[in-house]
Structure formats: C-alpha cells, structure tokens
Design a protein around this ligand. Structure first.
Ligand SMILES: [Zn+2]
Length: 293
C-alpha cells in the first residue's frame, strides 16, 4: 500500500530500487561500529541487512495529484545513464515508467516535476535517451527548479567538479535547452494547501514539500535524513551533505517541529513502507513507520 490521501490530495510512491546499499560508516562517517551495534536490536533485519551489514535504503519518487495537477516529486536515478564511478546508477534498466503507468500516469500526464534538491539520485528520470539524445521524459511538464539550488549546482558545473559524473549535463541541461525549466523561489506555493519549506544544509537549496489538506498534514522531506538511524542519531550527516553544520541544525529543527504531531513524513530513501511519524525518544527521536514492511 503506497497511496495516501490528504483531503483532496492523493500521494503515491514510485520505487526505483530498494535494498542493502551502504555500510553504515560509508553513508554516515560519524557512525562507529559500537554505535551501530547498540542499535542492532531495532535495525535488523529490515533497516540493516544482517548478512551484508549494509543499510537498507530505497529510492522513491512521490506522485502528488491535486484536483488541478499531477506533480512528480524527485525522479530517482534514471535509465541508460553513464555513471561508471557509481554502479548503483550505471546503465540501469529500471521499470520506473512502467510503475508510473501502473498508477495510471503516462509521461504526458505529468504537469510539474519538482525537486527537493538536484543530486544525481533525484533528477535521473528527467530525461530519457531518444535517438542518442537526452530528451525530457515528461513532454508537457514544467520542471520546477528552486533558484538557489540551481545557481549552486550551475556554479559547481562551471568550475568543473562534475568531470567524473555527467548527471548535470545529461539530466538537467537538456531540460533547460528544451525550454521546460521554470525557476521558483524556495518558499513557492502551488496552491494555498501545498507549499515549499526551505531546508538548507544537505544542499544549499534543499526544500521540503508541505501538504495541508482536509485537516491532514504531510511533508515530502527529501534528504533531510537518509535513514531512520538519523532520528536516533540526529547529528550524523550523510557523506553527501554539502554544509554539514547547517544540515545538522536543519535536521534537528525539523524533528523538533514535527515530533509527536500527526504530520506524515515522507522521505526519499526510507525502505517500505517509507513513511511515518517523528516521535520523541529520550534525548533524541525515533521514526515510527506507518504501514507494513
Ligand atoms: Zn537522495
């Protein structure tokens, strides 16, 4: 069950990949083996694979349907992308578009594509290969780029820090070239019941999508956290956080804000059922999954 209703807004999850991926200390440099051992009782086997000793992660998109629009939030890693340094993304053949179709969504049905941030695992399905050219996957969509985020990565690209990973060139620039990019502010509101919250740190222009409809609240939270371990260990940043100190502050403020509320938190990388609530637990928090694994 990967469908949730908030008033007149429906959210569905589309999974590209789920499984053991990183040893804890690779994803979280602060994670010691002693600390991981102390959490094993609640991590294994669903959140930490006992055999490989790797964290179990997912790569999710969320489809948000309002009475007026179909919005795809984050687009995972994509197919056919040349990423020789990154086996998780290199020349893949995921059934992602088939999974979208199973929800009744054809590429031409998507009105907006929104990004919590512009990392490689959030922009891959922006484009697909057509006659050896990268073309927009969603031909009728406006691709909404938060201006701060776009400007940061554009600068990185121009200073040539992408030489071993062409994701900016194959998944972002073709959208600009096709005229389908729209630049938005970090507090953009779609409608009065759906807006962006700036949550910088993991990346400079990282945003969450807040949904408030029919008395229900939800937040599509991107990469504020990558794994439920970070509720318990809120100071652990991922190795991908651009501004570690700010990422910690933003994560703690996020937990403070939503702990013990009814707001459903919908992260990108938590394994099935992926969503849940933040609950206070001693000096920190824990993630209470909603639904069955
Ligand atoms: Zn991510």
């Amino acid at each position: 069950m990967s469908r949730w209703t908030f008033g007149d807004i429906i959210v569905e999850r589309v999974v590209e990949f789920e499984g053991p991926l990183f040893p804890p200390s690779s994803l979280f440099p602060a994670a010691t083996s002693e600390a991981i051992d102390s959490h094993c009782d609640w991590l294994e086997p669903e959140l930490l694979d006992p055999e490989s000793r790797q964290l179990v992660l997912a790569f999710n998109s969320y489809v948000v349907r309002t009475p007026r629009a179909t919005i795809l939030v984050d687009t995972c890693g994509g197919n056919d992308k040349h990423r020789p340094q990154k086996p998780r993304y290199h020349m893949k053949k995921w059934l992602y578009l088939e999974n979208l179709l199973a929800l009744g969504i054809k590429p031409q049905d998507v009105d907006h594509v929104l990004f919590t941030h512009l990392h490689v695992d959030h922009v891959g399905w922006n484009t697909t290969l057509s006659d050896s050219r990268w073309t927009p996957t969603f031909p009728n969509a406006e691709y909404l780029f938060v201006r701060d985020e776009w400007e940061y990565w554009q600068h990185q690209y121009q200073t040539d820090e992408f030489s071993d990973d062409p994701y900016y060139a194959d998944s972002i620039l073709p959208i600009i070239a096709a005229g389908q990019a729209v630049f938005i502010e970090k507090d953009y509101a779609f409608e009065k019941n759906m807006w962006l919250d700036p949550t910088p740190g993991h990346t400079p222009g990282h945003v969450c999508l807040h949904i408030s409809s029919g008395g229900a609240e939800a937040v599509i939270s991107g990469d504020i956290m990558h794994h439920p371990l970070q509720c318990t260990e809120p100071n652990w940043n991922s190795c991908f956080c651009v501004n570690p100190a700010q990422a910690q502050r933003t994560r703690r403020a996020f937990f403070d804000r939503y702990a013990n509320t009814h707001t459903l938190i919908m992260p990108t990388h938590f394994p099935t059922p992926s969503v849940g609530r933040i609950v206070s637990s001693g000096p920190a928090w824990r993630f209470s999954f909603e639904g069955t694994r």
